[in-house]
Design a protein around this ligand. Sequence first.
Ligand SMILES: *[C@@H]1O[C@H](CO)[C@@H](O)[C@H](O)[C@H]1NC(C)=O
Ligand SMILES: *[C@@H]1O[C@H](CO)[C@@H](O)[C@H](O)[C@H]1NC(C)=O
Ligand SMILES: *[C@@H]1O[C@H](CO)[C@@H](O)[C@H](O)[C@H]1NC(C)=O
Ligand SMILES: *[C@@H]1O[C@H](CO)[C@@H](O)[C@H](O)[C@H]1NC(C)=O
Ligand SMILES: *[C@@H]1O[C@H](CO)[C@@H](O)[C@H](O)[C@H]1NC(C)=O
Length: 222
Amino acid sequence: MSSELRLLLLSLTLLGLQAVPSRGACVEVDSDTEAVANEGFKLGCISCKMRGEVRATAAVSWFFKAAEDTDFSLLYTYMNREGSIRDPRFEERLDWNGSKKTEDLQDGSIYILNVTFNDTGNYTCTFERTLIYTNYEYQTNTSKSIYLRVVPKLTRGMASILSEVMMYVSIIGLQLWLLVEMIYCYRKISAAGEEALRESEAEYLAIASESKENCAAEQAAE
Ligand SMILES: *[C@@H]1O[C@H](CO)[C@@H](O)[C@H](O)[C@H]1NC(C)=O
Ligand SMILES: *[C@@H]1O[C@H](CO)[C@@H](O)[C@H](O)[C@H]1NC(C)=O
Ligand SMILES: *[C@@H]1O[C@H](CO)[C@@H](O)[C@H](O)[C@H]1NC(C)=O
Ligand SMILES: *[C@@H]1O[C@H](CO)[C@@H](O)[C@H](O)[C@H]1NC(C)=O
Ligand SMILES: *[C@@H]1O[C@H](CO)[C@@H](O)[C@H](O)[C@H]1NC(C)=O
């Protein structure tokens, strides 16, 4: 295999590895903050447990404050594996998108089925987590805020232009990265090559002097 091809394969493998999230690990990714009207949107909220080995239970509450509201009001609660919508403005429009199989929730995301412009505003999610030790329990609360903006649906033309631009940007980025990688490797290879050359030069000289000696010996023998 040529070194360029190997390099390319290596780069692709590295890219592939980056794309695969490690299973089971909890990562606190921030939520998207821009929703498109009349489409679904996931309000993300992840709170990772600090002490993985300790048993815990968690309940999640979401609060919402629309642009014209003066205060936050209860939007959604999830506890004991059951979610309930508490705000009539979101009747039949919310779904749980968080952890499903465990009492020890780390993902408290919810999903708005059909976003309206009235959904613009501030959202807060709160985790009330109880760590259960053998002799006592310990409660911690964590909160996260999201300011959600609702935008009209992109027209088809806009969307396709945008995705095309994104495609070119990512291709150029990838190529630049490959180029840098190749220059780096080329330098390493040529440095190694020089060393090999120096070595073979020394070897050549040794052989040459050896054969000179042989030659002299042969001449002496004659
Ligand atoms: C979302 O709501 C709008 C207006 O309320 C309605 O016209 C549209 O059909 C709904 N879309 C879906 C997917 O439910
Ligand atoms: C949302 O919260 C941020 C920061 O707490 C605040 O600056 C902003 O005015 C709020 N927006 C609305 C619509 O309440
Ligand atoms: C989130 O909920 C929506 C609506 O129920 C569903 O279509 C979607 O697959 C869910 N996503 C995840 C990651 O659970
Ligand atoms: C948005 O709010 C306004 C004012 O409260 C209301 O008249 C309108 O029906 C709401 N729109 C939707 C799609 O819920
Ligand atoms: C967490 O929140 C709950 C309910 O809001 C409250 O009763 C409790 O005291 C809080 N715990 C801590 C450690 O702040």
